[in-house]
Design a binder for this molecule. Structure first.
Ligand code: GLV
Ligand code: MG
Length: 318
């Protein structure tokens, strides 16, 4: 798995209509911010929100953060103006455009071509602005493979649970929580389907929001489910969710140490000096090439999160 990409353990939603929140977000420890023109902004406030976002991107200090703008979806009258105004106004200070409620590959291709036109017009490097595709309805999920493959610009596939639950008539109002009348995890299939498409095309997979913003334990519980499957991060709607997301989507220290240990041990044992062995015991565990691949995933996540190992491998004495 090559996918590492930009860090996105915590993706902070910031309404473009709030100058105050656009300012405050800059000082928060989220890996990514997405400045919203869509559902957190009332229709009458959208024109001003575009201006606020352009000013915040150009004048703010977003050092260390992935900068994303969520435009409105392509069934609305706003998408075109959102993309043109934001990229013309602040294209050099923008990393990705997030397209919500994506239904098919053609919508991603429209955005790709429009961004290419803008980049050429503005003298920006063609392809430097990425795309984040939000899956929020049945059509999006059914077409998720084609959506992930629609453009080299696509960096992430994001689950949008609130819109998704509404679109399929799911019988719950609490995003991420289990449903009393259903014995299993109602999100498992959706999360796995998104993850398969993302991994097949070497993209990140991001989990969506948890709306009960004061319930940090609930946030952790829901986040742990997608983190366990392999998701790279989750949206955060409130500063209080950021630390939990950064922690849940980083490996535990013991797992990170163990992964680095496996990599070192396997390198040693497969070498001439280590005996050219392909399957060996490391303590009580048998490790082989597949163990190395699993360890690489955990080690890459830990390194990307800036973790340092607390143990080292020493080959057994002769
Ligand atoms: C996010 O956009 C969602 O609908 O959950
Ligand atoms: Mg949504």
């Amino acid at each position: 798995m090559a996918v590492v990409g930009r860090p996105r353990r915590s993706c902070l939603a910031v309404p473009g209509s709030s100058v105050k929140m656009l300012g405050k977000a800059q000082g928060l420890p989220a890996d990514q911010v997405f400045l919203d023109l869509e559902d957190a902004v009332a229709p009458l406030a959208k024109p001003d929100a575009r201006k606020n976002i352009v000013a915040a991107l150009n004048e703010g200090d977003w050092a260390g953060k992935t900068r994303v703008v969520r435009v409105n979806d392509l069934t609305t009258p706003w998408t075109y103006r959102d993309v043109i105004d934001v990229v013309e106004g602040a294209g050099a200070n923008l990393d990705c455009v997030m397209l919500p409620k994506v239904q098919n590959a053609a919508q991603v291709q429209w955005l790709d071509l429009t961004l290419t036109q803008l980049e050429k017009t503005l003298g920006l490097e063609v392809g430097r602005i990425g795309i984040e595709a939000q899956i929020e309805n049945a059509a999006g999920l059914v077409n998720v493979d084609a959506i992930a493959a629609a453009s080299a610009r696509v960096e992430t596939i994001i689950f949008g649970p609130a819109d998704f639950m509404a679109s399929i008539n799911m019988k719950s109002l609490v995003v991420g929580s289990l449903i009393p009348d259903y014995p299993g995890d109602p999100y498992h299939y959706i999360l796995m389907r998104i993850l398969m498409a993302a991994r097949m095309h070497d993209k990140q997979a991001i989990d969506g929001p948890f709306l009960q913003i004061r319930d940090t334990d609930g946030f952790r519980e829901v986040a742990k489910r997608s983190a366990a499957l392999g998701f790279d991060g989750k949206w955060v709607l409130h500063p209080g969710q950021i630390d939990a997301a950064n922690e849940v989507y980083s490996p535990a220290q013991a797992d990170y140490d163990h992964a680095e240990l496996i990599l070192d041990a396997y390198q040693h044992y497969t070498s001439e000096a280590g005996g050219r062995l392909g399957a060996v015991m490391l303590g009580d565990e048998m490790i082989d090439e597949a163990s190395r691949k699993m360890a690489l995933v955990i080690a890459a996540k830990g390194r990307a999160a800036g973790m340092t190992r607390t143990s080292t491998f020493s080959p057994p004495a002769e």
